[in-house]
Design a binder for this molecule. Sequence first.
Ligand SMILES: Cc1ncc(COP(=O)(O)O)c(C=O)c1O
Length: 413
Amino acid sequence: MFSSRVPAGRRVNRLSQAHARLRAQGIEVTDLTESNPTRVGLHYPPGLLDALASPGGLRYEPTPRGAPEARQAVAAWLSQPSCFGDSPVATASREGAEAGRVSGPSPVDPERIALTASTSEAYACLFKLLCDPGDRVLVPQPSYPLLEHLARFEGLEPVPYPLEYHGAWRIDGAALTDAIDPRPRAIIVVNPNNPTGSFLAPDDRCALTTFCRERELRLIVDEVFNPYPIDPLPGSGRSVLERSADVLTFVLGGLSKAVGLPQVKLGWIVVDGPEDEVDATLDALDLLLDTYLSVSTPVQLAAERLLTEGTSLTEQIRARITANHRILARVVAQHPAAGLLRTEGGWYAVIQVPATETEETLALRLLEQDRVLVHPGYFFDFPREAFLVTSLLPEPDRFEAAVTRVLARTTGR
Ligand SMILES: Cc1ncc(COP(=O)(O)O)c(C=O)c1O
């Protein structure tokens, strides 16, 4: 087994530099890291953004937590079962359909919702709210690389806690306990996680609740990919909002993934937990949000229509990731030396390949010789090699051709 313990940023740079060079030479590369939904051939209804031109947007009447009608729209969206992926496409997956029989989300109180310009901004707000510079926050590993930057930009120390794969990704409880000295202020859970696709398992949630209560930790649950189940474990809870929280919990989401509109810039935080703590937290959040008032009036006025009319995008993305996941499973099955890790949900899939060379060398070879860009696992801090991460968003024909080349190269067949 080869290991490349060079800082991930530097090594990813070599890959992006090589990609930029090929682009400059006019060489076509299939980008399997593409996660921008507006660039993968989905159909965006031409009038989808008309609601942003509402004349009401000419008046400025800011409210810290966001306009009541916008918060109401988000609450209604979160409270409908379909936002958690109960679509015919999502439930077409056999085990997904079994797991789909859940009670559905509880109604969300709009008063407990605060709007932000994005999920990334929501993290920044919560870090300011819950932590002081120098404090520690627990961050899952492997996970979304931006979490580390978001924490560091607020002067915090991100402390990784490992997820372990044994046919499904679970929190390593012993390692989590080891990571709590000195005491962190908050723990982040990504549900489902990027890129492992793992939902928070019901017993992991129970254990985490106890853990947070005993150690006075705040729970931040990033659910941007929650509307996109693919192959969830039977019985796996999907949104933590389906059951009210016993500890102070912040659930994050946004238009960027919910309806494939990252450019529109609207995110949200749902505050859940014991009532007195929620009330005090909302007061503090009001003060913080009032200092920035970063969410534009037009997007707040348009929120209801964007969430309602954006359903067609949610459905298209579900169809796309389900189709590509099926293609990937078929292609990987033809290569016994490789394996597809279980993808419970989200927009990414993880392929384990023989570690005959470093992930970096392999990713560069795939780029230079096969004209395919993939993320090496180290980009997400996988604990060992060799893993490749692919987005499930690219157009299916190109996706199939590219993953076929990836598997042929990595398994030597
Ligand atoms: C897990 C996760 N959270 C948050 C974000 C950022 O979302 P937003 O565009 O709302 O800032 C991403 C973007 O890919 C993500 O993967």
